[in-house]
Design a protein around this ligand. Structure first.
Ligand SMILES: NC(=O)C1=CN([C@@H]2O[C@H](COP(=O)(O)OP(=O)(O)OC[C@H]3O[C@@H](n4cnc5c(N)ncnc54)[C@H](O)[C@@H]3O)[C@@H](O)[C@H]2O)C=CC1
Ligand SMILES: O=C(O)[C@@H]1CCC=N1
Length: 269
């Protein structure tokens, strides 16, 4: 089985190196193609047995499963070049939320799925979001799910929930990092701790929190309960958060829903 990645930017590179470092795939079974070849060749330096294709047609011809890992607005030109040459046995995988599997199926004769990854998959952790098209064969579904289990927890999502699910698992690392950078700044300003030390403490607290969750030692609810000693400081801090949080997360999820709708309108395949 040959696996192809079109677009070796952030996500295409992450998928290549994670699928190889987890041993889910062998380098000799992977073919890469990027518009400018440097990024693909850099991955070949790391994994010499990888193949780098010289054109879109070459990667298409030689792959059973082909990922498109470019920005949503670049899908159209790629599909236009490839669509007439796909076979029914090939699988096309999109990794972007605004393009639905139905739209992809309408533009190709091949089997189609969407797998939205997360930067957390770099650490062979976090979630990958799956939506299968109607033509996807059972064995291929199983192969894809099994392969992604090596780098993530694959979760199937309905089309109507792709935006919010992707906000949580894929945009989430950026959103949470933004919140934490504000938390570090506030710690500096209010209590005089250095940025360096506040960052070190915060990053290690997050690693510990992740471990607690990954080992299923506590749920989020239990964590709040266990840490909040009656009459103690955590309760005061939580109350201040409740008083000041306002509509923050409602507005964030509304903003991404709006952008998703606009993107869907402006992206034509
Ligand atoms: N960045 C993230 O955390 C996540 C991104 N995604 C999706 O992944 C996709 C890619 O995002 P990034 O990797 O962050 O973008 P990126 O800009 O880092 O990578 C895109 C790559 O595609 C290449 N490219 C553009 N047109 C091409 C063409 N015609 N043929 C071959 N290569 C071409 C570019 O040279 C670049 O290397 C987007 O659709 C995004 O929605 C999905 C989940 C998470
Ligand atoms: O297509 C998406 O939803 C992803 C999430 C982060 C960037 N793009």
């Amino acid at each position: 089985m040959k696996w192809g990645i079109i677009g070796t930017g952030n996500m295409g590179s992450m998928l290549t190196s994670s699928l190889l470092s987890s041993k889910a795939l062998e380098p000799d079974d992977m073919i890469l193609y990027n518009r400018s070849s440097e990024k693909a060749l850099k991955l070949k330096e790391q994994f010499p047995a990888i193949h780098v294709a010289a054109s879109l047609k070459e990667i298409q011809k030689n792959c059973d499963i082909l990922f498109i890992c470019v920005k949503p607005h670049h899908y159209k030109t790629i599909l236009e070049e490839l669509k007439s040459d796909f076979t029914e046995e090939q699988c096309l995988i999109s990794i972007t939320s605004p393009i639905s599997v139905n739209e992809l199926e309408n533009h190709t004769p091949c089997q189609v799925a969407r797998i939205v990854p997360s930067i957390t998959n770099h650490a062979h952790a976090g979630v990958s979001l799956f939506t299968f098209g109607s033509r996807m064969k059972k064995e291929r579904k199983e192969l894809l799910l099994e392969t992604f289990k090596a780098i993530s927890t694959p979760v199937e999502v309905e089309e109507e929930h792709i935006r919010v699910a992707s906000d949580i698992v894929s945009c989430g690392p950026a959103f949470i990092s933004y919140l934490l950078s504000n938390w570090i700044t506030a710690a500096q300003h209010v209590a005089g701790i250095s940025e360096e030390q506040a960052t070190e403490l915060t990053e290690n607290m997050m690693i510990g929190l992740g471990e607690l969750l990954s080992k299923r030692i506590f749920t989020l609810e239990e964590l709040m309960e266990k840490v909040t000693v009656k009459g103690g400081v955590t309760g005061e801090g939580l109350q201040a958060m409740e008083d000041h949080l306002g509509e923050l997360f409602f507005e964030m999820f509304k903003a991404t829903q709006r952008k998703h709708k606009d993107d869907k309108k402006s992206i034509e395949l």
